[in-house]
Design a protein around this ligand. Structure first.
Ligand code: COA
Length: 436
């Protein structure tokens, strides 16, 4: 690291943004070519598998070249931009990993890699990066027909999209082009991910590049599908739960919190986990060891316009129902605005997917590796049931489906755990006996 140049030109690489992160999607630039930059000034925003991260400058200097456009996937260690750094500026101390990455590529030639790629492309008549070319190909756009609006007439991703929209290749482009990220570009209505805000009558095939959380989901579900799962389904009577929620809503309105029944389910789940810790564990395939996790960090699957994300409520054992409600609402707000931190989405120990808030009787989810259990909640529905005396009466029934890693858990353990949880859901007053 002692060899870092002071003064001169430097490539600024994408530093390690978190454990196990190999690449990020560039979401947006905060600086442009020719701009003077101060130390710590935000340069750009990137999205990893786990969170959105702002990359700040370690240098004072001037941006000489940005090497990627929003929507590009940048590998950790790959150059994001090129800067001419101030002769007198000191290099900020940084984490080891980032230093190593910078050191690898700190000195650059006049003819750098990206430039030579661009020049090669120009020889063939078009100035663009391979990523943009590929994007054009995916959309079925002939890149030679597109007018570039970038530096030196370079064709940008936006140029391809605008061209495609003008030519009717992307007919609903005004609806699907959202701000700056190509992940968002194709997700349509913010409140209803993956769904267009209106009926679109079109007959052309379209290619959607996987980005952001959607890309992470593809990776993690492929991994999860290799795990031998088993499903355990049970019906739970939610009458008492609904009454309790209504009572909280009426009696505690001065708290200014909206109570749903999910925090009660989270708390009672944690109580049942205290008795059945195997469901709150992680499996290390390499060492063939199960790690019983000390904290109940309960993940909640949230569908957002940016994709499916699973932030977790930490140490649920130590939280009151009001605290869980507030934390759930904080996480939900951050998830919707794509502002969750990597801490919010790391360290989960078991996951709940409340698919019933959208609809459906039950789902069959795959575990969130390395966790060993995930629980899908179906929609609570009022149905007629016979009581113990044979009388027909209405009951609010919810199906729950516990999917588990069969290498760690067997059916009997899950059934016993489920009985315990069900007892707390159906008689929430029992929670008071054990709650601290
Ligand atoms: N059955 C019936 N009603 C339900 C329900 C269910 N399973 N889950 C929620 N509701 C009700 C709530 O009580 C609330 O009713 P109200 O408006 O009358 O008060 C309403 O639906 C909206 O609840 P919501 O805002 O979704 O809050 P929540 O605390 O129940 O759930 C989230 C929070 C974040 C889990 C939820 O908003 C969400 O994103 N769900 C989608 C889950 C998902 O995407 N799973 C991924 C599948 S792969």
């Amino acid at each position: 690291m002692a060899d870092l140049p002071v003064g001169g030109v430097i490539d600024v690489p994408l530093a390690q943004t978190g454990e196990g992160i190999a690449e990020c999607e560039l979401l947006k630039w905060f600086v442009q070519e020719g701009e003077e930059v101060e130390e710590f000034q935000p340069l750009c925003e990137v999205q990893s598998d786990k969170a959105t991260i702002e990359i700040t400058s370690r240098y004072k200097g001037k941006v000489s070249k940005v090497l990627h456009v929003p929507g590009n996937i940048v590998k950790v260690g790959e150059a994001l931009l090129r800067m001419v750094i101030d002769e007198n500026a000191s290099i900020l101390p940084s984490v080891e990993a980032a230093q190593d990455l910078v050191a690898q590529d700190s000195k650059i030639n006049e003819l750098d890699i990206a430039d030579s790629v661009l020049k090669k492309e120009k020889i063939r008549g078009v100035l663009s990066t391979p990523a943009v070319r590929n994007f054009a190909k995916q959309l079925g756009v002939t890149i030679e027909d597109v007018l570039g609006t970038g530096h030196d007439g370079r064709i940008l991703r936006e140029d391809i999209l605008n061209y495609a929209a003008r030519k009717g290749i992307l007919k609903a482009s005004s609806e699907i082009l959202i701000e700056d990220s190509s992940a968002k570009n194709f997700l349509g209505d913010q409140t209803s991910p993956n769904v267009s805000s209106a009926y679109v009558w079109e007959f052309e095939d379209r290619s959607l590049p996987l980005r952001g959380f959607h890309r992470a989901m593809a990776k993690s579900m492929t991994l999860a599908a290799k795990i031998p799962h088993f499903q355990y389904v049970e019906e739970v009577n939610c009458d008492a739960l609904l009454d309790l929620r209504a009572s909280f809503q009426n009696e505690m309105s001065d708290l200014g919190i909206k109570f749903t029944f999910l925090p009660l389910l989270v708390k009672s789940l944690s109580m049942a986990l205290s008795k059945y810790p195997l469901l709150n564990s992680c499996f290390n395939e390499e060492s063939q060891e199960v790690l019983l996790k000390g904290s109940h960090n309960i993940g909640i699957a949230m569908a957002t316009a940016h994709g499916l994300v699973v932030p977790n409520i930490k140490k649920v054992q130590s939280l009151s129902i009001v605290e869980i409600t507030k934390e759930l609402s904080r996480l939900q707000e951050l998830a919707l605005s794509n502002k969750l931190s990597s801490d919010d989405v790391s360290g989960g120990t078991i996951t709940i997917s409340n698919i019933g808030s959208i609809g459906g009787k039950f789902g069959s989810p795959l575990v969130n590796v390395p966790e060993v259990s995930i629980i899908a909640l179906g929609r609570i529905q009022k149905i007629p049931l016979f009581d113990e005396d044979g009388n027909l009466c209405p009951a609010s029934i919810m199906m729950i489906n516990i999917s588990s890693d069969h290498r760690v858990l067997d059916g009997a353990t899950v059934a016993r755990f489920c009985n315990e949880w069900k007892r707390f859901i159906e008689k929430p007053e029992l929670l008071m006996l054990q709650m601290r």
